[in-house]
Write a protein that binds this ligand. Structure first.
Ligand SMILES: [Zn+2]
Length: 166
């Protein structure tokens, strides 16, 4: 008799467990529904953007993440994918021209960088920088020759004075 009375309270526990299992599947669809609707919204939001962008999606060569073709830096790993367009702002132009004027032969580096650019305005900046580099290199060369000749003159004069016995 005792084992029967012990067995009898057990069935209610099982029914409670069955109720719990019944409640769980009811909750999961309500949670799953907003996710599926949100993903549907994302897809519907992405689709109109797709046909507008004729360029296909590209992959980062460093981490493999999908990236837009017009980005200069990977949004995932942050590595530079392609050189950003050269600035043609007034401040950027002043910097480049000053560099070309102060360091004549080295001005060729930014000049070439701007000349290679596909942008028309950047090319113009490159031409100006190149012209400034050529002019300043010529001026510095002429100045160098003048200084050297005057140095040689003074040296020869000094030698003449030494030869005279002073
Ligand atoms: Zn990356």
């Amino acid at each position: 008799m005792d084992p029967k009375t012990k067995n009898q309270p057990q069935p209610p526990e099982q029914t409670l467990g069955a109720k719990q299992t019944l409640v769980e599947p009811l909750n999961t669809p309500t949670i799953a529904n907003p996710i599926s609707s949100s993903t549907e919204q994302n897809i519907s939001q992405n689709h109109p953007q797709g046909p507008e962008q004729v360029q296909p999606m590209q992959f980062c060569r460093y981490c493999g993440a999908t990236i837009f073709p017009n980005v200069y830096y990977c949004p995932n790993c942050g590595k530079k994918l392609k050189n950003p367009p050269l600035s043609t702002s007034i401040s950027a132009q002043i910097k480049v021209y000053t560099f070309a004027v102060l360091l004549p032969p080295l001005g060729i580096i930014p000049a070439v960088r701007y000349l290679v650019s596909k942008e028309k305005h950047a090319k113009t900046v490159g031409i100006i920088t190149l012209a400034l580099t050529i002019i300043m290199t010529y001026i510095s060369y002429v100045l160098f020759i003048k200084i050297m000749s005057s140095y040689n003159k003074s040296m020869s004069q000094f030698n003449e004075l030494q030869n005279l016995g002073y």
